[in-house]
Design a protein around this ligand. Structure first.
Ligand code: ADP
Ligand code: MG
Length: 559
């Protein structure tokens, strides 16, 4: 709708211009040469009316185009944002956050420029140029025939230049992604940079990227300037040709002064829109490139959610059967032949050196990644046959990286709860996870806003909030991946009580490097380079005097 209105507006604008110019011959021939005062008296009124009409058309076109452009960008941003959340975890592993952010902010902005401003100029001036040329042919096809020669040359130039614009735009957009990535990395790691004195390294890195971006911009501008001049020079041949033809008496006789002036005038007038068209072409190509990059993301397949079983009322039996796994795009096999079971309500602990694949096991259960081979069952359901939402609803995950949102403590605890949480429930959970303990000292208690990713909290405090969040979720399956690693022994002991409560009646997979926290687990699995090397309870494994016993001795300093 808005688009049609905009198109009509631009069409009107251009046609009014052409109409105005096409009246010039009459004005000169009838009005001035024939001294027709009647005609001349109406001319001023005509001029004002024409410009009024032109103004209205221009407003309608600009407004509507902007309306359309901003809506397109709004939709695109929203779609991108939502698409990012549906893309598989492996996609996010491969792409930098900065690159993805700059697509939402910068690339979509380029599309807006192209759809609003550039498109307006393209249509308006395009129609204007076409109108002028048609009019010239109408008045004197002999003089205008030169365009038949020149148009293809211009077309070739435009084609070549457009290609180059697209190439440069792609570079600029990639460079903008790098600028964002680099800034983001610096901001996230600024404490590390300060403490390691990395300012100069970062400045240099950024200067390089920054300069690359600038150079692409200069190249773009150079191409634009050269193409404008080139096209104008080519067009000037047409003008020269007309003037040259006028030197033939035959030609002069067949043309009135008005027609001749109009044609020469029109040719001169052609130069400005030609320049604008060429200039705006670069923006248009930028928009096209940006759109292509955005659509490439939107076309990227989302997480496979082909399962149809809705998991409800799950007991929580977990079974891994001969699971092999490598991260997508990596050759290295991270898990080999992993088979184990966790009966409902029991706790299994995963131990092993870092890099042995513990976290990987815990991220296969919510299907963050697809297995290379093998199966995982919850109760009797293969997790592949379940819907992702219902599968993930069955588990609460507390990982080694706590993610908190820039919101109040209370809202962070209740995050993702579909039903409203009562004040008592919240208090009880906060109490159990020892959140109240520190929240009470804050100005607004549980309603204190904690800043981006909880900057105003200590690592241990953040983990306690994450534990409270898991407590509230009441999922039958619990995954704790180094959930207490940021706690000191004192707080850990306190929280252990809460955790024991949390573990009660739930199937749990606990990963902890402090072995003291897992001695009570029903079963302990010892991992080494992606394989299970030992399995049993604490006492059995110690008695076995194998890998577990070794780890245990290492930790407790026993010879
Ligand atoms: P753990 O939790 O036992 O310390 P992980 O499961 O995190 O070990 O890692 C196991 C192996 O998988 C490591 O060798 C690591 O390099 C690799 N790995 C972990 N995450 C990824 C990833 N997102 N992409 C590729 N390789 C990964
Ligand atoms: Mg880990």
């Amino acid at each position: 709708m808005g688009f049609v209105a905009a198109a009509l507006g631009m069409l009107g604008y251009a046609l009014v211009d052409v109409y105005f110019i096409s009246n010039l011959p009459d004005f000169i021939d009838k009005g001035i040469n024939d001294k027709n005062t009647e005609y001349l008296r109406y001319a001023p009124l005509f001029v004002v009316l024409i410009f009024l009409l032109r103004g209205v058309c221009n407003f309608v076109a600009s407004y509507c185009l902007n309306w359309v452009g901003t809506h397109i960008v709004q939709n695109m941003r929203q779609q991108l944002f939502e698409h990012y959340m549906r893309l598989p975890v492996s996609f996010h592993d491969r792409h930098s956050t900065g690159e993805l952010i700059s697509k939402v902010t910068y690339n979509t902005e380029q599309i807006k420029q192209a759809t609003s401003k550039a498109l307006a100029v393209l249509v308006r001036e395009g129609v204007f140029v076409t109108g002028l040329v048609v009019m010239m042919f109408y008045y004197s096809w002999q003089l205008s025939a030169i365009f038949l020669l020149i148009a293809p040359v211009i077309a070739v130039v435009v084609r070549f230049v457009s290609k180059r614009f697209r190439m440069l735009s792609r570079n600029i957009q990639t460079a903008m992604g790098d600028v964002t990535t680099s800034s983001e990395q610096m901001l996230n790691g600024h404490k590390v940079i300060l403490s390691f004195g990395g300012q100069q390294i970062e400045s240099k890195r950024f200067a390089g990227i920054n300069n690359l971006t600038r150079r692409q911009d200069v190249k773009m501008e150079a191409t634009r300037a050269i193409s404008v001049s080139l096209i104008q020079v080519i067009a000037s041949f047409a003008l020269a040709f007309v003037v040259y033809m006028a030197s033939y008496p035959d030609m002069l006789d067949s043309l009135s002064a008005g027609v001749f002036t109009t044609i020469v005038g029109s040719m001169m007038m052609l130069l400005r829109p030609l320049k604008q068209l060429t200039t705006v072409n670069s923006e248009f190509q930028r928009g096209l490139t940006a759109a292509a990059s955005v659509f490439e993301i939107l076309d990227h397949p989302v997480e496979q959610d082909t399962g149809t079983t809705e998991l409800t009322g799950v007991n929580g039996d977990i079974r891994f059967e001969q699971v092999n796994f490598s991260y997508p795009g990596h050759d290295k096999q991270v898990l080999s032949d992993i088979s184990f079971t966790v009966p409902a309500g029991k706790t299994v602990a995963l131990v092993g050196r870092s890099g042995s694949g513990k976290t990987t096991i815990s991220s296969l259960l919510p299907r963050f990644y697809e297995l290379s081979s093998g199966d995982i069952f919850i109760d009797q359901h293969n997790i592949r046959s379940c819907t992702l939402a219902s599968l993930r609803k069955q588990m609460a995950l507390v990982s080694q990286h706590v993610t908190l949102f820039n919101d109040t403590i209370a809202n962070n605890i209740t995050y993702g709860c579909t039903e409203p949480v009562s004040e008592q429930q919240l208090q009880a959970v906060a109490e159990k996870a020892h959140v109240l303990e520190f929240a009470a000292q804050l100005k607004d208690g549980l309603n204190t806003v904690i800043g981006e990713n909880g900057v105003s909290l200590s690592g241990g405090q953040r983990q306690r909030i994450a534990i409270a969040r898991a407590l509230l979720r009441e999922a039958p399956i619990l995954i704790l991946d180094e959930a207490t690693s940021a706690l000191d022994t004192e707080s850990e002991r306190k929280i252990q009580a809460a955790l024991n409560e949390l573990l009660k009646g739930r199937t749990s997979i606990v990963i902890a490097h402090r072995l003291s926290t897992i001695e009570n687990a029903d079963s302990i699995i010892v991992m080494e380079q992606g394989r299970i090397v030992e399995q049993g309870d604490h006492a059995t494994l110690l008695a076995k005097d194998g890998a577990y016993a070794q780890l245990y001795k290492l930790q407790f300093g026993e010879a």
